[in-house]
Design a protein around this ligand. Sequence first.
Ligand code: XIL
Length: 506
Amino acid sequence: MRSDPHARPGRTTTPATAAEPLPWHSRRLTAAAGAVTAVVLAAGATLLSAAGPANAATSLGSLAAAQGGRYFGTALTQSNLSNSALTAVANAQFNMVTPGNEMKWDTTEPSNGSYNFGPGDQIVSYAQAHGMKVRGHNLVWQSQLPSWVSSLPSTQVQAAMEAHITTEVTHYKGEVYSWDVVNEPFNGDGSYVSDAFYNAMGVGYIADALRTAHAADPNAKLYLNDYNIEGENAKSNAMYSLAQSLLSQGVPLNGIGFESHFILGQVPSDMQANMQRFASLGLDVAVTELDDRITLPATSANLQQQATDFANVVKDCLGVTRCVGVSQWGVGDADSWVPGTFSGQGAATMFDQNYQPKPAYTAVVNALGGTSVTPPPTTPPSSAPPSSAPPSSAPPTSGAAGTCSVSDVVSAWNTGLTEQITVKNTGTSTINGWKLTFTLASGQTITNAWNATISPSSGSVSAANLSYNGTIAPGATTSFGFQANHTGNTAAPTNFALNGASCTSG
Ligand code: XIL
């Protein structure tokens, strides 16, 4: 859609851009009802609490939590909440949410003094229902800023900014872990962006914004957030000088967000050292919007490089004691902002178009100290009918005319695992109401599930749809998942059958 003005070759450059508003507005009108009830408890499960998700110990989030109490987050938009394949992965993997657009000024105060917190509230409710915390994003930014602000006489900008911050931060008081108070204040050369705030108040707008936010919610961690500051360069040097100056004035600044919108192969080699110099000032640091874009179509070599890139970023964070967490910008390639923003590029996240984990996911699990088992592809050779080579423990499938196929991904660690199961309607009529039966490997006991009701918790089990995901159109898929304890056997389930008819793998 547009070229990247900052792009230049070189290993330590990390061009990205986010400066201009994009036509996302239509998306916030999409209803997201229902999905907030996605977590269902199976036999023996405990309720989710604000202290952590019931899937703690399995996921990116829980692996990060085991690394000094860090988090692993994602961005969610309102429309994402009604996508069950997306939410299945979000619920299973992440324990922090950043609203993709819903807390930005053009949504929250579209006209002067008239506030709209409905979209942001939906994201917060969703996060709370799933034991995730929230990074508030963002209060002051030149982009996605309604024109009434930039049209104000400069004498009125400060009051408008302070009113906006006070009202929004008060609305979410106690409900957000942190705020990106000022977003993207710098140009690539380290000069300040000449937006309405800078033009009206000079650099003092940043201290004023931080003080105003602190007065409204003294417990929220207050951040400055920017892109292309991941390595040492003119822009990160400018951010460093600003941070030093603010701290020396006693301004309530708690952290720096490193957006980390990377181009494949261009994670700066000095990212850890650069984050460490900010941490050494007494600040938290966080990777706030991680993605790693590839020129499409992505090759398998690209995906391996991406795995290296993601793992390096996670290791860089783990190497800095005050790096509190990593957030990916989006859940999977299908909902990523990249293809709509950077023409010809995409495949920038850890999950593919169908929300299946990519090599980057496995690399991140490993970097976080977990183990991930992704079964090899189970699609039979095209020359053989599906029924010719069933797994030895499975009965023959119902043959080529079957109405379902099932793919599954196990992520295991020493005593537990999570399983993501995707069911496809391969028949020609719509399925209204489904029950998927399967056999759990011996020693596996389900402790909780999402997007399905599962019982009993071991042996031959049934997973039934919930109210919002019972319909599967021909060719469509639905996903659910569960967490289980195991005693050493991390094998995937077998004998999948949908409403009594055996399913093929794939
Ligand atoms: C992006 C959203 O993902 C898009 O949906 C929207 O159209 C534009 O903004 N830096 C930021 C984020 O701080 O708020 C941006 O999010 C991505 C770049």
